[in-house]
Write a protein that binds this ligand. Structure first.
Ligand code: GDP
Ligand code: ZN
Length: 293
C-alpha cells in the first residue's frame, strides 16, 4: 500500500498526489461506517489498482481542519493585507491572528500594494508592522504590481500546505499569479469561489507551488467568536502572555482589574495601544454574543 495527500475532491473522487503519481481514488466503504469524510489535505493510505486509479483505505490523523474551505492539515495561513485600496485593516488582522492561533496554524503576514504608498506612509506602515514583528510574527512587504519582494514568499511555501486569508480585493490572486504565472488566476473578481451560491458544493483544490501546496480558496472568511471563551482571548496576545505574571490577580483579564501589568505596559508604550483596544473590543463582542444565546 502507498500513501499520499488528497489534493482535490470532486464528484465522489479523491485525487491523491504521491510524489510524481497522481491517482484518482474512490473511498472504500469503511469510511461510511466510521462517518469519516476525507478532506483535501488529508494524508491517506491508498491501494493502487493501476497507475492512475485506486482506493483510499485509511486516513492518517489530522493535525487540524478548516470548514471554510474544507481543508485538513494546514501548516500555515498567509494573511494578505493591502497597504492601500483598501487601507490596512489592523482590527481585522488582530481578529484573524486569534482565529488562526486557535487552530494552531503558523502565520505569515504579507502587506502588499506598497507601490501605492509615498515614502512617509511607507515608514508609518513599517512602524505599525514592527509591533507584530516584535511579538514574534513574520511580516513581508510586497507589491505584485512592481514585483517587489514577492519571491520572499517562496521559502515560506516549501513543503507545507498554506491557505491565504484576507478580504477580497487586497491582492491575493495577484500575488499568486506573480509567484506562478501558469496559475492565471482571475483578479479583481468578487472572490470567484466564495461568491458561489450557498447550495453548490464547495470545491477546493491544492495548487502545487514551490514544492508546497496552496489552497485555491481563501480561508477564515467567517470570523465569529461563538466558540471562544472570554477568558481565553488574552492567551492569543503574546505580548500579554509574557507579562501576565506581573498582574496582581491570578486570572487577570487585563480589563477592569487593578494592578494589572498589561495595562501598565500599555501606559508605558511597551504594548501597542491599538492591540490592547482591539483586545477589549473582542472581549465586548464575545460577551454580547454570549448574552444573545
Ligand atoms: P484578491 O481579491 O485578494 O484576489 O485581489 P486581486 O488580486 O484580485 O486584486 C484586486 C485589485 O488590486 C486588482 O485590481 C489588482 O490589479 C490590484 N492589485 C493587486 N496587487 C496590487 C499591487 O501590488 N499594487 C497595486 N497598485 N495594485 C494591486
Ligand atoms: Zn492584567
Amino acid at each position: 500500500m502507498a500513501s499520499g495527500v488528497i489534493v482535490k475532491a470532486l464528484a465522489g473522487f479523491y485525487y491523491v498526489q504521491d510524489g510524481e503519481r497522481y491517482v484518482q481514488c474512490r473511498a472504500r466503504g469503511l469510511f461510511r461506517e466510521k462517518k469519516q469524510t476525507p478532506l483535501v489535505g488529508d494524508q491517506v493510505i491508498y491501494e493502487a489498482e493501476n497507475e492512475t486509479e485506486g482506493y483510499i483505505m485509511a486516513l492518517k490523523a489530522r493535525k487540524n481542519e478548516l470548514s471554510r474551505p474544507p481543508v485538513a492539515n494546514i501548516d500555515q495561513a498567509i494573511l494578505v493585507f493591502s497597504a492601500r485600496e483598501p487601507d490596512l485593516q489592523l482590527f481585522l488582522l488582530d481578529k484573524l491572528l486569534i482565529h488562526i492561533a486557535i487552530q494552531e496554524i503558523d502565520t505569515l503576514i504579507v502587506v502588499t500594494k506598497i507601490d501605492l504608498l509615498e515614502p512617509s506612509a511607507r515608514k508609518h506602515i513599517a512602524e505599525q508592522m514592527e509591533v507584530y514583528r516584535e511579538i514574534g510574527y513574520q511580516v513581508l512587504f510586497t507589491s505584485a504590481k512592481d514585483r517587489v519582494a514577492v519571491n520572499d514568499l517562496c521559502p515560506y511555501l516549501a513543503n507545507r500546505i498554506s491557505v491565504l486569508a484576507g478580504q477580497s480585493g487586497v491582492g491575493k490572486s495577484s500575488l499568486l499569479n506573480v509567484l506562478s504565472p501558469s496559475l492565471q488566476l482571475e483578479t479583481n473578481k468578487i472572490s470567484t469561489h466564495l461568491g458561489r451560491g450557498r447550495h453548490t458544493t464547495r470545491h477546493v483544490e491544492l495548487l502545487p507551488l514551490f514544492s508546497g501546496w496552496i489552497a485555491d480558496t481563501p480561508g477564515f472568511s467567517s470570523l465569529d467568536f461563538t466558540a471562544v471563551a472570554v477568558e481565553d482571548v488574552r492567551f492569543y496576545f503574546p505580548e500579554f502572555v509574557s507579562r501576565m505574571d506581573g498582574c496582581k490577580y491570578h486570572g487577570c483579564l487585563h480589563d477592569k482589574e487593578p494592578a494589572c501589568a498589561v495595562k501598565q505596559a500599555v501606559a508605558n508604550d511597551e504594548i501597542a495601544e491599538t492591540r490592547y483596544k482591539h483586545y477589549l473590543q473582542f472581549l465586548e463582542e464575545i460577551r454580547k454574543q454570549k448574552r444573545r444565546y
